[in-house]
Design a binder for this molecule. Structure first.
Ligand code: GLN
Length: 472
């Protein structure tokens, strides 16, 4: 029996290399758990038919001496990442039959490394949501308590890892969609620097915010995946050239952590705040300096996000028109085809954001909303950059609340949007951020905190993350 609970990439790699188990045996161990648990949890929308063949390709790499650290490692991928020949529906009815015609760059990289991609996972429709309840394909349940949500939008990927249905997974972040489900499922999740990982072949949500992001049980796993995926890609015009990426650690400040206590006044659950305070004490005991910092503009992050994101969403989703991508409802004329297909193909949350985005971009409101939000975003970015001249990290809880009940917040979009309150600053400013488990509540639900660091300082996040794993 393979001990999936405690398995890491490094451990799996050693065992595959020594022949303790084969790539097929490893994948079969996960397939067995999927068979037992996926019916209830609904993490995977589909397990790919060629999984065992992928395992054989990986095995051959070991035999030929071409194996790398990711060879044979079982991944789950979010349903908005293109894998040639496979359906990618982004959790939406409008893409229910869309088959990818090419591989996303991140998939090419995983394939070249010989990773095994088990299947595609459930997500909020077009990555819009914080609970994986807006998918056309049903809700995903939290393995720590199946009456609760797993977080979102990459909830399926999070649950796949948390319930041992994959060793690691990929999700995407536009605003917290990997960190928040990491928090709710007790995992490590990294939102990389904007431009670090290619988005070629990702179904876009908000182009100025989106970033492919890994999940793992341990910091070291997320680090290995990030290092394998982070590279300039000429196919993605927002990808940063390698020579402009600076991974050097600014040693002089490396023990200073800034906490914007003033942001926690409202909406943070008592238990979450208590756990957070305890974590800061533990960090202090380990020699870190905790400084009170002010981020006056960052309190507008959510307001800014909920203008910029829908603007980009309304533009991106305009391509789904009932003519391309499969799903189509007949009509008397072209306009009617558009109208009917879009009305029936998109769910409620997607429609809400298309309307909001169209409104803030419309003539007459553009300056009042969109332009203003862009200006405030720049102030937030500057404020965060200036803060990193004084401290090495910014620390907050990952989410203000513990995983909530299934069905909750669905009829209150604003309450749902508030889950993103600590996520937004990193996506708006482009800095990296890592979510780390920080203990369990009395009801057995995971707590989590997140560190942010300056652009391309992922290595410092991995260092402090590994340190925190030993003291939490
Ligand atoms: N909760 C965020 C939203 O609903 C999640 C976006 C994301 O990161 N994909 O917009």
């Amino acid at each position: 029996m393979i001990d999936l609970k405690n398995l890491t990439i490094e451990k799996a790699h050693k065992s595959l290399k020594s022949g303790e188990f084969t790539c097929r045996e490893l994948v079969e161990a996960y397939l067995k758990v999927i068979k037992e648990k996926n019916g209830e949890l609904n993490a995977y929308l589909e397990v790919y038919k060629n999984v065992l063949e992928q395992a054989d390709v990986a095995q051959k790499k070991f035999k030929d001496g071409n194996a790398t650290i990711l060879t044979g490692i079982p991944f789950a991928i979010k349903d908005n990442i293109l894998f040639e020949g496979q359906i990618a529906s982004a959790g939406s009815k409008i893409l229910e039959n869309y088959t990818a015609t090419y591989d996303a760059t991140v998939i090419k990289k995983l394939k070249n490394a010989g990773a095994v991609i088990i299947g595609r996972t459930n997500m909020d429709e077009f990555a819009m949501g914080s609970s994986t309840q807006t998918s056309t394909y049903g809700v995903t349940k939290n393995p720590h308590d199946i009456t609760r949500v797993p977080g979102g939008s990459s909830g399926g990927s999070a649950v796949a890892v948390a319930a041992d249905m994959a060793l690691v997974a990929l999700g995407t972040e536009t605003c917290g969609s990997v960190r928040e489900p990491s928090a709710f499922c007790g995992l490590v999740g990294l939102k990389p620097t904007y431009g670090a990982v290619s988005r070629e072949g990702i179904i876009a949500m908000g182009n100025s915010l989106d970033q492919v992001s890994p999940f793992g049980k341990k910091v070291e796993d997320v680090e290995i995946i990030f290092n394998a995926l982070s590279k300039h890609d000429p196919l993605d015009s927002t990808s940063i050239p390698d020579e402009l990426r600076d991974f050097k650690i600014k040693k002089q400040n490396s023990k200073r952590i800034g906490v914007p206590w003033h942001l926690f006044k409202e909406g943070v659950e008592d238990e979450v705040l208590e756990n957070f305070k305890q974590s800061t004490e533990k960090l202090k005991d380990s020699g870190y300096e905790i400084l009170d910092i002010e981020l006056p503009y960052s309190k507008y992050s959510l307001a800014v996000y909920y203008i910029i994101m829908p603007a980009e969403v309304s533009t991106n989703l305009s391509r789904f028109d009932g003519i391309r991508y499969g799903f189509s409802i007949k009509g008397e004329n072209l306009l009617e085809v558009y109208k009917k297909s879009r009305a029936q193909g998109f769910g409620k949350e997607a429609r809400r954001r298309i309307l909001l985005g169209t409104y803030v971009l419309s003539h007459g409101y553009y300056d009042a909303y969109y332009n203003k939000a862009v200006k405030v975003r720049e102030k937030i970015r500057k404020e965060i950059m200036q803060t990193f001249e004084k401290v090495e990290f910014i620390l907050t809880p990952t989410a203000p609340i513990l995983p909530f009940k299934l069905g909750e917040k669905l009829d209150n979009p604003v309450a749902m949007y508030l889950c993103d309150i600590f996520s937004a600053p990193a996506n708006l400013s482009g800095v990296p951020s890592i979510a780390l488990p920080s203990g369990m509540s009395k009801d057995g639900l995971p707590f989590s905190l997140q560190f942010m660091a300056s652009h391309f300082q992922e290595n410092t996040l991995f260092d402090i993350g590994k340190k925190f794993e030993t003291i939490r």
